[in-house]
Design a protein around this ligand. Sequence first.
Ligand code: ATP
Length: 355
Amino acid sequence: MGSVDLQSVTKTYGATRALDEVTLTIAEGEFFGLLGPSGCGKTTLLRAIAGFVTPDSGRILMDGQPVERVPVNRRDIGLMFQNYALFPHLNVRENLGFGLSVRHRPKAEIAARVEELLRLVRLEGFGERKPRELSGGQQQRVALARALATNPRVLLLDEPLGALDKNLREEMQIELKQIQRELGITTIFVTHDQEEALTLSDRIAIMRAGRVEQIGAPRAIYERPATVFAANFLGAANLFTGMVEAREGGLTRVRLEDGSLVTTRDEAAPGRQVTLAVRPEKMQVAAPGEGPNRLSGTVSHEVFTGTAVILRMDFQGRAISVFAQNDGGPLPRAGEALTAAFDPANAVILTDPAG
Ligand code: ATP
């Protein structure tokens, strides 16, 4: 129970295509992240699945059944939004039982379910408190439990942890993932936070201007982005533009303005203009000299992050970043020479132009 199918779903507001032919299938039990910049259509997509937004065209199916004409309260979904709006005058127990009361469930059943929910979100003993007597994280857990109260087949979360500070947010991410695993409930969530999407999702859809740019498991998208947009959105990427020269000995050579780089990837034919993308942590500080994929320049500035130092260097008119692990050893500083190198297996070929 709980698969969701979107087929060519389109929604326009005046001249804005909030959703533009979105097609995707979310499997039963999957934790699915919708990620993208502000205004790309994430919330509209979630609201269309919930039933608050009616698509102009396209189909939405749950467990294979069309739901376009099924009202929100019959779609069997649990909802949790960033401003999760617990009822302030009701205590935790009453907040959790509310959805079941309006469905006229027997009192004993509601009481038993509320106990179960309190255990699930580790709030036993907090049942009599009012929301204002709880911490932010506790309120968030009540909101989650409330969304789960009716045993929905799909859970929809819109920026669920957006209101929490960084530490609490990371703690809640782990809890949310554990609860989702335990229940095996299909969960679709919206975030604009790449790290959150990577941490929580089984699969991620990266959205851009109403369209799905790429779908895949976090590591697959991170390591094999399909486009410059996807590469940039899911973390930092060093981009090199050039033309594919030749493929020999298992390596594709890409000619840059000055010099060339090689990759093991072979998605583009000779003569094609491409962008090579290399993640900063896949580049190492190297000894100067000859060798494949060596880039030399001057450090423009360095950023200390604790575990690493990000060295920025200008290379053929483009800023590139190299993550150097902070192992206590000396590292080049601003104004000093830097040679960076990367393994040909770590350069991805993107066929759309770098901005
Ligand atoms: P954010 O991360 O900022 O919440 P989002 O990716 O969730 O953004 P949506 O809220 O889905 O984006 O909006 C997609 C586009 O549709 C935006 O250009 C937005 O202005 C527009 N839009 C959304 N809802 C409406 C509405 N009710 N009326 C008019 N335009 C809307």
